[in-house]
Design a protein around this ligand. Structure first.
Ligand code: SF4
Length: 66
């Protein structure tokens, strides 16, 4: 699985870095950084939750071969 953020869509609401700090960090400018680009195990469920709650629909989780 590949986890990524489209910063063009991000509204810097920080849900991702607040609720899933193991996957995302917040930059000084408010945009998130993906810490774990290839989540595995329990991280996949957390990544799926981050996709669901992102108010900007900016987070995507795709298959490795997608
Ligand atoms: S939850 Fe979505 S909109 Fe909010 S900071 Fe993270 S990527 Fe950006």
């Amino acid at each position: 699985m590949k986890l990524s953020v489209n910063l063009d869509r991000c509204i810097k609401a920080a849900e991702c870095s607040t609720y899933h700090a193991e996957l995302f960090a917040a930059r000084d400018d408010g945009f998130p950084v993906v810490i774990v680009e290839e989540p595995a195990g329990d991280q996949v469920e957390d990544a799926e939750d981050a996709v669901r709650v992102c108010p900007g629909n900016a987070i995507t989780l795709t298959e490795d071969d997608a």
